[in-house]
Design a protein around this ligand. Sequence first.
Ligand SMILES: [Zn+2]
Length: 344
Amino acid sequence: MEVQPAVITEKLSEKELCPEQLLGGQEAAFARDIERLKARRAEFVAVRCPGCDSPSASPTLVKFTFQYVTCNDCQTLYMSPRPSEAVMADYYRDSENYRYWAKHIFPSSETSRREKIHRPWLERVIGFCDRFGISKGVLMEVGPGFGTFSALATESGRFSRVVAVECTPELADACRARGVEVVEKRIEEVGEEVPGADVVVSFECLEHLFAPRAFLESCARRLRAGALLVLSCPNGQGFDVAVLGAESLAIDAQHVNLFNPSSLSRLVEACGFEVLEVSTPGRLDAEFVHDAIREGRFEVSENPFLKRVLVDEWERLGWPFQQFLAENGLSSHMWMAARRRGGG
Ligand SMILES: [Zn+2]
């Protein structure tokens, strides 16, 4: 599967998504979450590659004392040993970071997130439907968070029905408050409430899951043949991950699976789908590295070319460089469209 060029036209800055004055509070909350997670290390379990099930992997980096390895077969970057499903469930339930986020960061940035991120996402999903001849009937979003995307999709009137599948009560409430129909279950438990979805979308979800393969197999079971699956997640081979390693924001205690275009294609195909398109429409890699240099978290003096592009001539070259990354499958933010195979 060749990676398709992603054309990114509208600039995006992290500052539009998280006001800088809130970062301190968020970091402190996150640090306490990490300490709680470390205290349960005895319950972590070693896993095979979440992409291809290979047992063969090479140690790659350590973050917050947690080990990340790279699969020797499909190059997925993943945490192993990792928190068990029970530990992960407790982590999200007790997370101070998520609570801080829900209380402060999200409310102050929802408008710009909706306009700068979710509206372009909706246009992209509609574009897939038109291009691949998918009916705009029932759209199901799995893992909708606060429901911004599902609300936009509902309001747009472009689909006959929009359903958010969300098992966390506070998030399900947030979706309902935005006028979204919710099925308050795990995707594995969804049955006749959503017969015959035409489109299933899941954004920034796969990287958090203990068992992404089981999740994709559940999605496949809920879909009729020919239905569209749209996923977005980090690309573990993207620019900021490749340059910053453990310093990359994509490497995070909550992100235990960092697929790449080829390994995610392989996994999705193995779960009953035909991959239609993979691309990396990320808009933030260059800024993440630029910020890491400015904040002294990444030493660029040995690398005059990067310094020129990302510091000295940042105003002129930063955005064109990001466009180059997106157009050539090199950004750390990845999208995939796939179609449910028939007969299964
Ligand atoms: Zn693998």
